[in-house]
Design a protein around this ligand. Structure first.
Ligand code: THU
Length: 141
């Protein structure tokens, strides 16, 4: 899969993620992240990071977007692209937990757009982000 035949440009995806980023709840880190997941019906699901005083329950922007989409009825494989943006020097790098969730809910070749606030971006894929992911197939022995 590539980003060529998507209904939104990379800039539009990152702008939407940037809008989601403004809603981040980050009283502890002050580090706002935004994400969008575009589904097979061309609907955008928005996510931001939501932090917690106990730190551990914090939810990253990527997972918020994907979990919201699932709660709204989307299934694994229903996604065309995920875009993420944060105030990093280079394109943002998703955490390991989010990479595992991307591997669970998105096709291995689905594009992932990683951006920052300075206009830098990188297009990668789910399997590039987490080669050798543990998947449901591994549970079948
Ligand atoms: N965070 C994200 O939401 N996504 C990423 O890709 C990296 C990190 C959040 C988690 C936490 O709220 C804050 O950024 C600092 O780690």
């Amino acid at each position: 899969m590539s980003v060529d035949n998507l209904p939104l440009t990379i800039n539009q995806l990152l702008e939407a993620a940037s809008n989601a980023r403004e809603r981040a709840y980050v009283p502890y880190s002050g580090f706002k992240v935004g994400a969008v997941a575009l589904d097979c019906d061309d609907l955008l699901h928005f996510g931001c990071n939501v932090e917690n005083a106990a730190y551990g329950p914090t939810n990253c922007a990527e997972r918020t977007a994907l979990f919201r989409a699932v709660a709204d009825g989307k299934k694994p494989g229903d996604f065309k692209v995920v875009a993420v943006i944060g105030d990093t020097e280079g394109p943002i790098s998703p955490c390991g937990v989010c990479r595992q969730v991307l591997a669970e809910l998105c096709a291995p070749d689905m594009p992932v757009v990683l951006g920052n606030l300075h206009g830098n971006f990188r297009v990668t894929t789910v399997s590039e982000l987490l080669p050798g992911a543990f998947t449901s197939q591994d549970l079948n022995g």
